[in-house]
Design a binder for this molecule. Sequence first.
Ligand code: GUN
Ligand code: FE
Length: 429
Amino acid sequence: MNSFILKGDIIYSKNREELSAFPDSYLMCRDGISEGVYKELSDIPETYKSLKLIDFSGKLIIPGMSDLHLHAPQYGFRGLWGDMELLDWLNIHTFPEEARYAEVPYAKRAYEIFIKDMLTTSTTRFCAFFSIHREATELLMDLTEESGLKAYIGKVNMDRNSPDYLCETTEESFEETLRWLSDTRERHYKNVLPILTPRFIPSCTDELMKKLGGLIEETGLPLQSHLSENKSEIDWVKELCPESSCYGDAYEGFGCFGSHGNKTIMAHCVWSGDEEIELMKKNGVYIAHSPSSNTNIASGIAPIRKYLELGLNLSLATDMSGGTTNSIIRIMTDAISVSKLYWRLCDESKKPLTFPEAFYLATLGGGSFFGKVGSLEKGYEFDAVVLDDSELETPMEGRLSLTERLERYCYIAGERPVEHKFVAGQMLF
Ligand code: GUN
Ligand code: FE
């Protein structure tokens, strides 16, 4: 089961700076795990020669990508409302739309569209916020499980500074979280895991944050939230948490910043200062860099080169629908573009991201959150996608290296549906 050989033009990250490229080669999957690349059919050990061979000759085979931060109930309004900053955008557009997910039929229709579209992208794994609504969250968990994609999914907590129609009491928020966790355990999912999801400090009381911190201490559950995205948001957190030395320290004070050794994702980190950065490094917090969102709602440019130099856990994210695209390939090229603006306009010592670096972040960078994921090297879970660049005509055909073909595909066709997708050795299509 889940053992086969793929033939094609194989490419993945060798390390953070370089790609490994194997033209017209063979990639073996055994029981859902990569056995690595063989340059010739004759190199494959005799015992495996009878495995099914799937011929993708002339096509690119790359690792599946990870999207470490998105909001499923915002998927319906992708491409709209990018003309305001975070706090207005939340109050005027986002909260009223998220409130609709109290209605299960509406949520079902929306989430079916979301999953159908996610299947077509290069993403094999994602971490998603849902709304405060437990039933709709469970519905999306079921749909994700059935799709074969792998994900951490979180019921959102909000018990203050939110409109009445999208606000829980502290008790309700915590009790519903416990009920959701227990329902999730009973469903014995293979592909989906729960992740605690306080929306951000402005929408969660100290009491609720402390309860979530206590739950992490008891259970080791992972957590996802937002951090230092927008200047008005940061000023607001200073007022709400006057004792804390920075926004990250406020999460830390509640036990919600990875200090219990639990996996933690913080989206954005556009304006993080030295102390906050140090704390993220110490606790192994993953930064979900979301350049499309940071541009749309004018949050700023995250100092991504600085985070790379400091060796922080770094990943890419669409942040739909602050971000517009559902494609992590498109996010890779956006990340490169904004890093050039940062270099030119903010700090000339911080060189732009290179293409191999962005590819690394999209694959191994985010994949490591899920375990041994994000590479086609021997020993990694077999997440792979097949891309067809044959229709992207150019007179340079035949002269381009594999790396150049991949780079060109990412820039000019990154939002096209992928040809085939494998997750943990399962061929989805
Ligand atoms: N901060 C709190 N909620 C949100 C959200 O929905 N999107 C973004 N981009 N930032 C947030
Ligand atoms: Fe977000």
